[in-house]
Write a protein that binds this ligand. Structure first.
Ligand code: NOJ
Length: 562
């Protein structure tokens, strides 16, 4: 079906390109081997020049880092590893100066076990109001069995038994993730109020929005019933996916009321309703269908939800066409923009993922990467996939390093792995470290210019040198220059707010026209098949993900034509 363009004054978040900065791995200014906020600030001109509209920064809060910062000990402070609040203020101010908006990560499902609330809950004992902020229950039977059979997403059980203040073995607490990440009790009004206040704290500091971690997990079925599925978060690929595993801990109706409250709060920061002043919420919710996902973006809830359906699509013409169409239909049904995403800090980088044979049960980073990906094929497809993605109407998310075509680090020694999923499964799951390896900036510098020191918190593979920014800058045909061109042309032609009309150019070809009522349409063609495809008469090439061969579009290549 044909999809209509948006009006010219569409708010920024309907079409923004948002770049995810993983703070540990982006740029290290103080030389301790871990990225930091001053490092990010120093590289903001690079991002402005790349042409992104906003950045989303993964958690930078005070944290023991048991899950790389997704275990927050203080939501109102920066971890010393990353800097301090004045560094955050400076980052936000500089980004705004450069015309880049700042979205931060909010982790409301769980805190760190080092959070003052959890420590107080342990000290206060059963029946106390402090325990009511989390999900504490007595064990089954004589108390030695967990309250139900739920498993942690990271492996092992989802309950841990505490020692009571009097030294006896006592209650159990729920943690859908690591045991250092106790789940909050969102039925408690105190929790609701606390997070409203945290939102205000950061809105007052000038942030433009929040990416909401496991947004579909906050409310659990009150009966906490046993469940025989597996609580996976993301499990891309053919066949069984995260989506077939929707248990009583996910997507409960009550979560929506929480987000309605947050939306009202965010809207109160924009009393005149100026679209440029909109602050946004984006849901991270791994759900079975596009329809369930888009319920988080109904008019009075969040602005966006990540489109993991797109990320998880096998690289086949029918699958990709179908997921694009279904995404647009589901978004239109609730009047929200769709988003597009191919990589993030939880999944295998798409330059490697797409180099696996189509049909391999696709790892999500929480699984072993076998067989080894074909790097040349992966990069070719990754460039084609991104070129397709950035031509689609809606908002798009990029993950730091993908603009360099960075592959997954597939040979990290076990001794350096940090992902709790690796440790909780005794190495059965390799975990997500391979997509979190620090960025290469300068090929000839120590740690490839990531920081002044030689070491980085995860070792970089030697091959990252050839992907370094300085090796690609100004180099015709490099992945970095491809991204820059895509973002520039996308903006020139307003592709993010365009309408989409499908074209039929053969069974192995995905093709559409993206047009504004008044502008020149852009024709986008991805060739999935072995047969080269002739470009339509009278068109000229705006940008191509690869090389044309005698004017023909080869396999796994995307072109934009005017
Ligand atoms: C989703 C985050 O993206 C992931 O990195 C984290 O481990 C879990 N939520 C738990 O917070």
């Amino acid at each position: 079906m044909t999809h209509n363009p948006l009006p010219h004054e569409a708010p920024w978040w309907r079409h923004a390109v948002i770049y995810q900065v993983y703070p540990r791995s982006f740029a290290d200014q103080d030389g301790d081997g871990v990225g930091d906020l001053p490092g990010i600030t120093s590289r903001l001109p690079y991002l402005a020049e790349l042409g992104v509209d906003a950045i989303w920064i993964s958690p930078f809060y005070r944290s023991p880092m048991a899950d790389a910062g997704y275990d927050v000990a203080d939501y109102r402070d920066i971890d010393p590893l990353f800097g301090d609040l004045s560094d955050a203020d400076a980052l936000i101010a500089r980004a705004h100066e450069l015309g880049v908006r700042v979205v931060i990560d909010l982790v409301p499902n769980h805190t760190s076990d080092q959070h003052a609330w959890f420590q107080a809950a342990l000290a206060a004992g059963p029946g106390s109001p402090e325990r009511e902020r989390y999900v504490f229950r007595p064990g089954r039977g004589d108390g030695t069995e967990p309250p139900n059979n739920w498993e942690s997403v990271f492996g092992g059980g989802a309950w841990t038994r505490v020692t009571e203040p009097d030294g006896t073995p006592g209650q159990w607490y729920l943690h859908l993730f690591d045991d250092t990440q106790p789940d909050l009790n969102w039925d408690n009004p105190e929790v609701v109020e606390e997070f409203q206040d945290v939102l205000r704290f950061w809105l007052d500091r000038g942030v433009d929005g929040f990416r909401v971690d496991v947004a579909h997990a906050l409310i659990k079925d009150p009966e906490l019933p046993d469940w025989h599925g597996r609580a996976v978060m993301a499990n891309g690929g053919d066949g069984e996916t995260a989506h077939t595993h929707l248990g009583p801990m996910w997507d409960q109706e009550g979560v929506h009321e929480i987000y309605r409250g947050w939306r009202r709060l965010l809207d109160s920061y924009n009393p005149t309703g100026d679209p440029a002043q909109d602050r946004i919420l984006c849901a991270e919710a791994w759900l079975p269908t596009q329809e369930r996902t888009m319920r988080y973006t109904r008019a009075d809830e969040m602005h966006q939800a990540f489109n993991f359906h797109f990320l998880q699509s096998p690289w086949r013409v029918d699958d990709v066409t179908e997921v694009v169409e279904a995404s647009l239909v589901a978004a239109e049904a609730v009047g929200a923009p769709t988003t597009w995403v191919l990589s993030n800090h939880d999944v295998v980088r798409h330059a490697s993922r797409l180099g696996l044979p189509v049909g391999t049960p696709r790892p999500n980073g929480i699984g072993a990467l076998e067989p080894q990906p074909n790097a040349v094929l992966g990069l070719r497809r990754a460039r084609a996939a991104t070129t397709l993605m950035l031509a689609l109407p809606g908002s798009a998310y990029l993950y730091n390093g993908e603009e360099l075509g960075l592959p997954e680090h597939t040979a990290l020694p076990d001794a350096v792995r940090q992902d709790p999923a690796f440790h909780r499964t005794a190495g059965e799951e390799t975990g997500r470290d391979g997509c979190r390896v620090p960025m290469p900036w300068t090929a000839a510098a120590p740690s490839f210019g990531f920081g002044p020191g030689k070491e980085s918190w995860l070792p970089q593979p030697d091959l990252y040198g050839v992907f370094a920014v300085d090796r690609q800058q100004g180099v015709d045909g490099s992945t970095l220059e491809l991204y820059r061109t895509l973002l520039r042309v996308r903006r020139q032609h307003d592709l993010g707010v365009g309408g989409l009309e499908w074209l039929d150019l053969g069974p192995e070809v995905l093709a559409f026209r993206n047009a504004r009522g008044d502008g020149t349409p852009v024709t986008v063609i991805t060739n999935f098949g072995e047969e080269p495809v002739a470009l339509p008469e009278g068109t000229s090439v705006l940008v191509c993900s690869g090389r044309l061969h005698e004017g023909m579009l080869g396999q796994d290549t995307t072109v934009w034509l005017s």
